[in-house]
Ligand binder design. Structure first.
Ligand SMILES: [Zn+2]
Length: 326
């Protein structure tokens, strides 16, 4: 899978929708991952032999969360207070200054993955996506506080586990129950997608991070599991860190569960753009540990910076003459 995950290219008109697909294809991507792909995008993609995956999130509106709180993740009152306080902060600016690559608490409401109604709604989202797209890409499947859910359902399940294993520490039980919850929902939605459409591509981007085990994602049942090796925001990760992360993810990969796909994020904001040489080094690391697999996000930076696009195109299509001669 050589996928472009796009948030930013214009797609209001049909011409823009077709141009977006054409740009991804011309750059060397064989897969496009977007929110709500349109019939024109699907038509253009089919003509060009590009697969399209629709993004699926467990996000719920505040209105829904208020009406059906039992389906939603619950966090500690102090964590809710942190989330509320952080709403006044420009998170992107904050993350750069505070050097946190993810917020303390995810701001929006999310389904609890253990609740049957939430699971039914997530399956319906998969159905809706596969009625149009070739596959689905899960994004946002994690915990608001990055470690666990405190809804009555999850608390009761943990109490049951504690009663059964009195020697285990409560925090360990919490971590393992939370990890199992993420693993279970991935399996549930994978099975549902394949039943709905056997040819469906099932992929993801691992987000938000899971603090008890940052490298848990090899356990998620998927075709392709994309894990961040280089992030959008500053400080940009050192190439040593990029290579270390990719190496860990590759070592843990269990191909019968999913294939590891390196995820490289870069936005077009001038202060966030990295150099072509730097991106080429990241792509070489992705190649070393991810083979032919890559997800690059987002496309607009490649459109605005032709030299970056050239680096990506060379990496995807292997047209780098200089490298060939080495
Ligand atoms: Zn819960």
């Amino acid at each position: 899978m050589k996928a472009a995950w796009d948030w930013h290219l214009p797609r209001v008109t049909e011409a823009e929708q077709r141009a977006l697909v054409a740009f991804a294809h011309a750059t060397g991507f064989d897969t496009l991952i977007v929110h709500d792909p349109t019939p024109a995008m699907m038509d253009e993609a089919q003509q060009r032999g590009v697969n399209v995956c629709a993004i699926i999130t467990p996000n719920v509106s505040d209105e829904f969360a208020h009406r059906r709180p039992e389906c939603c993740q619950q966090i500690l009152p102090a964590e809710e207070a942190i989330a509320a306080a952080m709403r006044s902060v420009d998170w992107e600016e904050y993350t750069v200054r505070a050097r946190r690559w993810f917020p303390l608490v995810q701001p929006g409401a999310l389904f609890c993955f253990e609740h049957p109604l939430a699971q039914a709604e997530l399956k319906a989202r998969v159905d809706q996506a596969l009625a149009v797209a070739d596959g689905v890409a899960f994004d946002g499947f994690g915990f608001r506080n990055h470690y666990a859910c405190f809804c009555p359902h999850c608390q009761e399940a943990r109490q049951g586990l504690m009663a059964g294993s009195p020697d285990r520490q409560a925090a360990d039980i919490m971590a393992s129950h939370a990890a199992e919850s993420l693993v279970r929902v991935s399996q549930l939605l994978y099975d549902h997608a394949k039943t709905r459409k056997p040819t469906a591509i099932v992929t993801n981007h691992v987000w938000p991070p899971f603090r008890p085990d940052p490298y848990y994602a090899w356990r998620l049942k998927l075709d392709y599991c994309s894990q961040t090796i280089s992030w959008f925001y500053k400080p940009h990760w050192s190439l040593t860190r990029v290579a270390f992360g990719a190496s860990e993810m590759r070592q843990l990969e269990e191909p019968s569960i999913n294939r590891f796909v390196p995820f490289i994020g870069m936005f077009h904001d001038p202060q966030l753009v990295r150099t072509p040489a730097r991106l080429a080094a990241e792509l070489a690391i992705a190649r070393r540990y991810g083979g032919d697999h890559l997800i690059f996000c987002s496309l607009r930076v490649l459109q605005e910076y032709p030299d970056l696009r050239q680096v990506v195109e060379e990496a995807l299509t292997g047209h780098d003459q200089a490298a060939d001669g080495m």
